[in-house]
Write a protein that binds this ligand. Structure first.
Ligand code: SF4
Length: 433
């Protein structure tokens, strides 16, 4: 490892709070994020798996990231090392990629190369670590990288990691380990998955015999061979929160707390809503404990949820954060759920800009997405925020949606101008908008 690489890793480790370092463990895991440190450490799923793996008995988990451009040339093939212990990937039992975005699929092969591992799963042997992939992108669409992975986790990974670790602890040849992994619920082993069709088979046959994600999470076997999508079942496993705090992330000022997983609204474009079905909110008491913990490290907590304001104790949660002298930043809010109390806490927490999401310009197109807000509701929502003192309002709107017409684009322009017009009197009063 070059001096510059070592120096960068050391500087980062010194700036972190909460990292694990477990030398001497009998099971050695590398958790890889197929992008740079900044993005990996901004990812709550990656952080959660890091904590889960390091809390398994006699297990160490080190982080691997794609090097920054300025250090890429200094990494020889096989030279990418774990942050915590400096281990080479080929000396580990498991290399697990946590992949949130399909764009990062392009980094998988370069990272395997930098780790000194053959790209294709079939070319790796008994002495190589098992290469596993999981995360939202893999759950939605595993096939583009199936040839490069020994196994893939479909769905939520928190619970199945312990079972995967047990399989690897049991040893055996690569073929034996893969067969054991293949028996685990939610684990897809591409080499052992016989879809029952060849390249020339008609689509009709393919769809009858092959499916990755069942209609029901952890549901019973369906016709054909299905890998079932995992949903955390153990109520003792909390939703996610920050594990390693570092200023070198998108959310360096925040302690992140997942308040909700899944979402009840079922907007048709939304992966989070479908991938994490069914919707779950953390209960108030558990949230209070996590808020207390987070506020020891940061002045503000980041509340992560698809529909944060849909929590039935949202006023109590925000009041509790305020009473502890902290603030909060919301990830996502439904535009028709603002109350004066919520706006008060938003403002008190220093949130100067709020994004509301009509998603489409016309009511017709919105209905087709399962977003049933009317134009009036969009404008009223912006007005409520402005009356509460929040004058910077963003509208999230997608263009290019299926069935979109010129009329929808014109409606988008009208809605934007109407919202702007409605806010003008506040802008005049405060000389800002
Ligand atoms: S409300 Fe938000 S999180 Fe829920 S389904 Fe719609 S877009 Fe997704």
């Amino acid at each position: 490892m070059s001096y510059l690489i070592r120096q960068r890793i050391q500087t980062r480790l010194k700036a972190e709070e909460g990292a694990y370092r477990r030398p001497g463990a009998s099971l050695r895991v590398g958790l890889a994020y197929p992008n740079k440190y900044f993005f990996g450490m901004s990812n709550l799923g990656f952080q959660t798996l890091y904590a889960v793996l390091n809390r398994l008995p006699d297990t160490s988990c080190e982080r691997f990231f794609l090097p920054e451009d300025d250090l890429l040339a200094q990494h020889a093939p096989g030279g990418l090392c774990g942050y915590e212990l400096g281990s080479a990937a080929r000396d580990l039992h498991l290399v697990a990629f946590s992949i949130s975005y399909q764009n990062d699929y392009l980094h998988l092969i370069p990272m395997l190369h930098l780790m000194g591992l053959k790209a294709r799963a079939q070319d790796r042997g008994d002495a190589d670590p098992i290469v596993l992939a999981g995360g939202p992108a893999v759950t939605i669409n595993p096939e583009p990288i199936a040839d490069f992975c020994d196994a893939m986790v479909i769905g939520e990974g928190e619970e199945v990691l312990a079972a995967i670790a047990e399989v690897l602890r049991g040893g055996g040849s690569k073929a034996e380990r893969l067969e054991a992994l293949d028996r685990l619920e939610g684990v897809y082993v591409p080499a052992l998955f016989d879809s029952g069709y060849g390249a020339s088979a008609p689509l009709r046959k393919a769809t009858a015999g092959f499916g990755l994600v069942s209609g029901r999470a952890n549901g019973p076997a369906q016709q054909g061979r299905f890998v079932r999508r995992l949903v955390v079942q153990n109520p003792e496993i909390p939703l996610a929160h920050s594990t390693v705090l570092t200023p070198d992330t998108e959310f360096g000022e925040l302690y992140l707390i997942e308040v909700q997983r899944g979402c009840q609204w079922g907007c048709r474009f939304c992966a989070a809503g479908f991938m994490y079905r069914y919707p779950r909110y953390d209960a108030l008491e558990g949230l209070k404990r996590r808020i207390d913990h987070g506020l020891k490290y940061r002045k503000k907590v980041g509340l992560i949820a698809g529909d944060l304001l849909g929590h039935d104790a949202i006023h109590e949660i925000l009041g509790y954060i305020d009473a502890q002298g902290g603030g909060f930043s919301p990830s996502s809010v439904r535009l028709n759920a603002f109350t004066p109390e919520i706006i008060h806490y938003l403002r008190k927490s220093g949130n100067k800009t709020i994004a509301i999401a009509p998603e489409a310009g016309s009511e017709r197109l919105r209905r087709s997405l399962n977003k049933t807000f009317t134009d009036d509701e969009v404008v009223e929502s912006a007005l409520r925020l402005a009356e509460g003192g929040i004058l910077n309002i963003k509208l999230y709107i997608m263009i290019g949606l299926p069935t979109e017409t010129e009329e929808d684009i014109e409606a988008l322009c009208r809605l934007t101008l109407r919202t702007r017009e409605a806010l003008t009197r506040f802008a005049k009063r405060s000389a800002q908008m």
